[in-house]
Design a binder for this molecule. Structure first.
Ligand code: ATP
Ligand code: MG
Length: 389
């Protein structure tokens, strides 16, 4: 019996016209993910097959980091001869402990001599005859033996593990993620990647008011996100001058509103010059003063560039839950200051007026500052080593 890891595609099968692009991109992403392992990967329109002598658990864990996979099935492949199937089934089930079971056959090969129901009964009786102290329970079995009878071969499932779902990373084009060191924005980036967006990141720092530690934390967050996208560009913006101008000249209640309007303007420029079609950020409605609907309205009105807010309607606890699952939470809660917190006024305006925001902005020469802003770009992958946390 030959063991194979079978990959069932996610939502992409609904996209008929784009199916080739989706399957080919997923194939490439899986090849990249498994490049350090000895594997043979083949594909067709509905499935991918991986043959390997490596530890199957390691391969499955890696595949669980790839978007576009509905499920990962570890199975044995045999030919469609009835006796071969029977003998192989007995070998498989003799290694599994259970008291109750049922058989589920899927038969896409319509030339196969039995219907799915008939074959469930045949295999069920065979197992009952050969293993003691077990019984069939069709409603709540300990173990479900799944068989898939296809044109070429029969697949005997040993386990089926859920994949991440979503679309393969890169099928949707590029987006620029505003990444702070907080909990929300890495989760927003993960969710954007899940829709197939290739993510680049932009981080605003204000040295010496923000520390090297805060920047390393952001780099470490990017590195963690590299589990889901092999390489990520990080644009680091030196925001100090603008932030100091805001601090000196603008009424403290409007400081955050204006600062965020500046961030949006700069993000839009960086996005355009890097062929990113959208900005992505971690704003969540109502979380802080700058995320009330009226604040979002005044802040966003500096640009008509599309802004995606993947976590905008999630509760904080839901966001935290995702950040724990994707491995960013423990980094996000490290205590380094952010450029927003360092200049945080006591009473930020909750319902800002657009007119006032524009009037305040006239007090600083922001266009020149934005045009001359210094941006450093680095590329991070999962081997990136600049720091030691
Ligand atoms: P997070 O937990 O992601 O830091 P937050 O709840 O602290 O979010 P804000 O500080 O108001 O909220 O920021 C809202 C969003 O603006 C962030 O999720 C992020 O997308 C972006 N942002 C904030 N600060 C920065 C920064 N220094 N660099 C890049 N993006 C930032
Ligand atoms: Mg923040």
């Amino acid at each position: 019996m030959e063991k194979v890891i079978l990959i069932k595609y996610g939502e992409l099968t609904t996209k008929k016209a784009n199916r080739n692009l989706f399957v080919n991109t997923l194939y490439k992403n899986i090849c990249d993910k498994l490049k350090d392992y000895e594997v043979k990967i083949s594909k067709n329109r509905v499935r991918m097959f991986i043959k390997t002598n490596e530890d199957e658990n390691i391969i499955v864990n890696k595949l669980q980091e790839v978007f576009g996979i509905h499920s990962i099935v570890v199975c044995y492949v045999v030919n469609n001869n009835i006796d071969t199937i029977k003998q192989s089934v007995l070998e498989v089930v003799s290694n599994i402990k259970f008291k109750t079971f049922k058989v589920e056959t899927k038969r896409s090969n319509k030339n196969f001599e039995f219907s799915s129901m008939e074959f469930n009964n045949i295999i069920g009786s065979l197992i009952l005859k050969n293993i003691d102290n077990i019984r069939v329970d069709v409603h709540n079995p300990d173990y479900i033996l799944k068989l898939e009878i296809r044109e070429d071969n029969t697949y005997i499932y040993t386990k089926e593990i859920a994949g991440l779902g979503g679309y393969p990373t890169k099928v949707a084009g590029r987006g620029l993620l505003m990444l702070s060191g907080g909990i929300d924005s890495p989760v927003a980036g993960f969710l954007a990647m899940k829709r197939g967006i290739e993510v680049e990141c932009i981080y605003f720092e204000s040295p010496p008011h923000t520390s090297e530690g805060a920047k390393l934390k952001v780099k470490n967050l990017v590195k963690t996100l590299c589990k889901y996208q092999a390489k990520i560009k990080l644009h680091i913006v030196y925001f100090t001058k603008i932030q100091e101008q805001i601090y000196k000249n603008i009424d403290s209640s409007y400081m955050i509103t204006i600062m965020r309007r500046m961030m949006y303007r700069i993000s839009k420029n960086v996005a355009s010059s890097n062929n990113c079609l959208v900005i992505i950020n971690g704003e969540s409605v109502g979380q802080v003063a700058s995320q009330t609907l009226s604040s979002m309205n005044v802040i966003n009105s500096v640009t008509n560039f599309p802004v995606l807010r993947p976590v905008c309607c999630l509760d904080k606890l839901e966001i935290i839950d995702i950040s724990k699952k994707i491995g960013t939470y423990d980094i996000s809660i490290l205590p380094y200051e952010d450029c927003c917190t360092i200049f945080l006024p006591k009473h930020p305006v909750i319902n800002p007026s657009l007119e006032k925001a524009i009037n305040y902005e006239e007090l600083i020469n922001y266009e020149e500052l934005i045009n001359n802003i210094k941006v450093d770009t680095i590329i991070i992958d999962s081997n990136y080593e600049e720091f030691d946390f």
